[in-house]
Design a protein around this ligand. Sequence first.
Ligand code: URA
Length: 428
Amino acid sequence: MMRMIDLIEKKRDGNAHSKEEIQFIIQGLTEGSIPDYQISAWLMAVFFQSMNEKEAFYLTEAMLESGEQIDLSAIEGIKVDKHSTGGVGDKTTLALAPLVATMGGKMAKLSGRGLGHTGGTIDKLESIPGFNTSLSPEAFKSQVNTIGCAVAGQTADVAPADKILYALRDVTGTVPSIPLIASSIMAKKLASGADVIVLDVKVGEGAFMKSEAEATKLASLMVEIGTQHGKSVTAFLTRMDEPLGEAIGNRLEVLEAMDALNGKGPADFHHLLVELAGAITYKAELYPSFEAAKAAAEAILSSGEAYARFEQFIHAQGGDLSAFKAVKALTPTLIKAPKAGTIQSIHALNLGLFAMHLGAGRATKDDVIDPLVGLKVLKRVGEPVEPGETIAEVYAQSPVDLDALKASIVIENTPQHTPDLILKKIGL
Ligand code: URA
C-alpha cells in the first residue's frame, strides 16, 4: 500500500514520482484522506527538489481530473482562452475578450478575483452596476455563441485539488515553484475547454517570476503541458516592473479598457492588446498570418467596432454602462514631479500594495473592495519630466500618506531607455 510518508521522503531526497504516486497524492488531498501537514511537507519538498516535465504533466492531469471539465462543444467556432499570471494594472481581459470576439474568436473566459497586490478581472467587472459574474453553464455558452465572449467567475467545481493546494501553498511559502504554478494554471485552463490558449507570463518585481530565465522555464513548461494535451498554446513573456497602462483600481481600469477599445488606450496597453489578439486569432486560423491578424486588430480598435462589442457583452451580463458612466468619480490628489529628470523606474509591486491599502484590493480574502479608489501613473520609464509636472493621480476616500507612492516613482537626472514590454514569445 502507498503511504504519504514514503512519498514525502522520496521527493525530499530528490527522486521523481511515478504517475500513480502523483494520482495517489491528488486523490488523497481531494478526498481529505491525507492531512494538511503531510501535504505541506510534500509541497516544501517539491519547492526545493522541483519536478521533471513528466511529473508536472501527471500533476496537471491529476488536478484536471479532480473536478469538472467544461464541455464547450455547444459553442460554434474556435474556442479561445487567455491567461495572465497576474500583475498590477493588468486589465487586459476586459478589452481583449470583446476585441477577439469582434475578430471572429469565441472567448469563454473564467476569471478570478484579486488577492494581495494583484487585481482580478471579476472585481473589475463588478465595478459596473448590475454586472453578473455567476452565469449558469447554459447562459455562459449561449452568450459566447451569440456575442463571441463571456466572462464568469471560476466555479468551485473546476480543479478542486488546485484550490486545496493553492490555499496551502499560500501559507507555507511554496507558491513560487515552477512546476506547481505551471500545473495549477494549466489544470484550470485545460478544464475550461478552449482549443487555443495564449498565456501572458509576467516577469519582474510586480510578478511571481522575477527573472526572464525563470519566466522562460515556466512559460515553456506550460506550453509543453498544453501541447501534450492537444491544445494550441502560445506564451508571451511581458514585463511587470512597472504597471501596465496608467490605471490601477477597479473602476479606473474599466474606464481605461473602454478607452483602449476605442483605440485610445495608453501605448503599452494598446500594443499588448494588439499582440495578444493577433496571436490568438492567428493561432485560431482566423487570419493567414500573425501580421494580418494584428493589422485587423488595429483596424477594429480604431473603428469603434470593438467598443460596440464591449457594450453588448456588458449588457448581456446585466451590466448598466449608463449607470457606470454616471458614477461621480472621486477628486484626485495630483502628485507632482519634485525635480526635472527622466523616469528611471516605477515600482509596480509598491504601487499595487498602495492601491490595495486604498481599498482597491484585498489583503485577506474576506476584505471588501471599494471600486472607486486607485491611482493613475501618467508617465512611463524613460520619459522626461519637468519640475511640478503631474506624474500621478490618487483617488482615495480620505487623506492618505503619499510617501510610499512618491518613493515608487524614481526620477533622476540621467538618461534611461524605455524598455520593451514584450520580452519573448514562445510557440508562435
Ligand atoms: N496563478 C495560479 O492560478 N496558480 C499559481 O500557482 C500561480 C498563479
